[in-house]
Every structure is written in C-alpha cells, then in structure tokens.
Design a protein around this ligand. Structure first.
Ligand code: ZN
Length: 419
C-alpha cells in the first residue's frame, strides 16, 4: 500500500502537491509524478514480460530512443524560454502579422505600406458598424484586388498585434513594432465582434471530460452530464457531444468508464526488471556523456588561458611601442571576439550536467509506466482523470471498448508491451 497516498489526503497535503504538479508544463509532469509518490515496488502485475534477453535488449533500445526524443523535446522547451526572453524585450519571436514585414538587417518588424493599408481599411470599415465579414471581403477584393478567406479577415480583426502589442505563450507584451490601429478603434471592433458571437458554454469539471475521450462513431468529443435522481442522488454519465448530429454511442455511467480507462493503463506496464535494466543502461550512457563534458571543459579552459596570455603579451608590446596602434586595435578586436566566444562556450559547458537529469527523467517515466495502474485503482475519479491525462492524448470509445492513443514516450512503451 502506498504510504504517501494514504496519508496525504487526510492532511490535505496531497491535494496541494497535486495542484502544483498539474500547473507544470506537460513535459515535466511525468517526471514529477514520482517525486511526489514514492511507492514501494510491487511485482504482482501479470502482463507480458519480454520473453528472452534479446527482446529485452530491443525493448530497452526502443525506450532509450523514445526517451532521447523526449529529452530533445525538453530542450525545445529551453529554446522556448529563450524566445520568451526575446518577447520580454518587446521583440516578437514569431512571424509578423499581415501588414508588416521583417527587416532582416535591423532585425525588427516594420510596416508594409501596401498591406498595412488593407488592414487599416478593414478595421475602419468594420468600425463603422455597417459591414459584415463577408462584405469586408468583397470590399478588399474590389479596392485592392485581393481575395481573403473569412477566417483571415476575422483573425486580422482579432489580432492585438496591430495595436503594438503581441501575445506570446499566453502572455501579452508591449512590442517594439509600430501600431497600425489605435487601441480605441481596436476595442470598439472587439465589442462588435463579441456582440455578434455566441457566448461560450460553461466548462464543467468532470473527471474524464476535457477531451480525454472521443466518440468512435463520429469522432466527436465525449462529454459528461450530471443526472439527479428523485431521491437527490447524483450520477455522472458520459455521452457523445452530438457535434455531428444523432449518434448511437450509448450513455456510459462514470464508474463503468472509470474502470475501463484503468485497464488502458495496464497497456504501458513495464516489468520491474526491465525498468531497472533500462535505467542502469541510461545511467551508464550519462556517465559517458559527463566524462566527455569534463574533457571539453578542460580543453576550453586551456584555449582561453593561451588566448589571454597572448593578449597580455600583445598589450605589453603595445606599451613598449613594438607594435603600432592600428595593428593593436585590429588584433585586439579579433582576440576579444575569440575570448567572448570561448567564454560563452565555457558557460554552456559549466552549466550543471543535464545528463543526470536525463537519467532521472527516464527513471521517473519508466516507474510511472510500471505503477500507473497500481496507482489508478487507489485514487478518486478526479485524480484518476489527471493521471490518465498524463499518459493519454485521448481515447476513442464505442461504449464497449476503448482504443487509447498514448502520449510520448508512453506510445513506444505500449507498442513494446504488446509484443
Ligand atoms: Zn458520436
């Protein structure tokens, strides 16, 4: 029995940890999953174990490839952070909106005079309240000879970029690019658009809602419904959202669907011995990478030392007038550039070795795969839903069977577990 899990719900602490955990980016959740639930190992799962050592090697290889991919995705996350830094300085990291173009030399976004005229015309014409999206398209075609899609016109009217702002990763920033539209005009246009649109439906928080399941008959999202019996007792049913009309997917009571979804987690079960062997092999790879990093680091330090000695020597030569000012200026710039590039290389190599993190990530993921079902059966519906969302992209259902689509790298684990 899981000690952490049995204790914490009573103190309320578990809920808190769980909340933080789900505020994390998706990529880190699997990793964190096991830091918060250290559970004693169990060997009672009876799903297939790779039959011989050869298939075990193949399994480990596949998992390593998948985990390496996962790791690269995490690095992409780092790149994203770099872009965020750019955003904070007001430089839009993406492609400029229609009406602007990139000045490649100055590395700025500037107004495209022809296209910005179209944007201005669209806003003005919509702002007077006499035009629809379709009549705007007509107007643009007549006045500028340009055919635009409805969605394109709509996106222009909704884009804050034209007021000098931009949205990056869900946050609004003040951009360095010039505005085309005044904030007042933009605000009025939004009000008109909002008035014409339909209010969004309220989003209930059902354990297995939120796009976790898909109807196998027509591909619609499976949604939940709360029924109250005359005695006051409430039941949750899952059904097709009927996005494409009538559908033969039956109503599914929550306990039933909950149990079936739990079975899906057995599909990623990795036996203990495979977890241990894979972690061991990833760890030894990490050690190799760490050695290589150390070697690179010391080479880089040596080069920097040599360079600095040369710079000092040259400075003395200059003071003693053995070299002229012009030569010194040129050479000094060159050396400085080399120094900066070596320093930044050194900073990269100095940053804490990520290789250990990588082995740890791999271990957490494999342990999650190993214990997912074990954990699932011990949790309440809401927590079950959260656990499933860590592992599944979605799951198609025809009311009887479930066809899961696993997230990376669990997809690879599931494929291997089947063979
Ligand atoms: Zn359906």
């Amino acid at each position: 029995m899981c000690a952490a899990f049995a204790l914490h719900p009573a103190t309320g602490q578990f809920g808190f940890i769980f909340g933080c955990f789900f505020a994390m980016p998706q990529e880190y959740r699997a990793e964190a999953a096991f830091s918060i639930t250290s559970i004693t190992t169990r060997k009672s799962h009876s799903l297939d174990t790779p039959k011989n050592s050869k298939s075990k090697d193949k399994f480990m290889h596949d998992i390593q490839v998948a985990l390496a991919k996962h790791y690269v995705d995490n690095l992409k996350e780092e790149v994203k952070k770099g872009m965020q830094g750019k955003a904070e300085q007001g430089m839009y990291p993406g492609h400029a909106a229609f009406g602007y173009h990139h000045d490649k030399i100055a590395r700025t976004i500037i107004i495209d005079s022809e296209r910005s005229a179209i944007v201005r015309r669209i806003f003005e014409a919509y702002d007077n309240g006499r035009n629809s999206i379709d009549s705007l398209r007509e107007l643009v075609r007549n006045e500028f000879g340009l055919r635009m899609q409805r969605s394109q016109v709509h996106n222009i009217l909704r884009n804050t970029f034209y007021t000098g702002l931009f949205v990056w990763a869900g946050k609004t920033y003040k951009g360095q690019h010039p505005a085309i539209i005044t904030p007042e005009c933009f605000k009025r246009v939004q009000a008109v658009l909002d008035g014409r649109g339909h209010p969004k439906r309220r989003n209930h928080n059902f354990a297995f809602g939120g796009g976790l399941m898909r109807c196998a008959f027509d591909g619609c999202t499976v949604t939940a419904e709360l029924h109250t019996k005359p005695n006051g007792k409430q039941y949750v049913y899952y059904r097709c959202s009927y996005g494409k009309g009538k559908c033969s997917l039956p109503f599914m009571p929550e306990p039933e669907i909950s149990e079936k979804l739990g079975e899906v987690l057995k599909g990623i079960f990795v036996p203990d011995e495979v977890v241990n062997a894979a972690v061991e092999s990833i760890r030894s790879d990490s050690e190799g990478a760490e050695r290589r990093r150390q070697e690179q680091l010391s080479r880089c330090q040596q080069r920097l030392a040599v360079l600095r000695t040369r710079m000092d020597k040259m400075y003395e030569d200059k003071l003693d007038s053995r070299i002229d000012e012009e030569f010194w200026g040129r050479k000094n710039t060159e050396f400085r550039q080399q120094e900066v590039s070596l320093e930044s290389e050194l900073a990269n190599l100095n940053s804490p070795a990520s290789t250990d993190d990588r082995a740890l990530t791999a271990q957490k993921i494999l342990e999650l795969a190993n214990k997912a079902h074990f954990l699932y059966v011990r949790r309440n519906p809401a927590e079950r839903g959260q656990l499933l969302k860590m592992v599944l992209l979605n799951c198609a259902t025809d009311g009887v069977t479930l066809t899961p689509a696993y997230r990376k790298p669990f997809d690879v684990i599931s494929n291997r577990a089947k063979n």
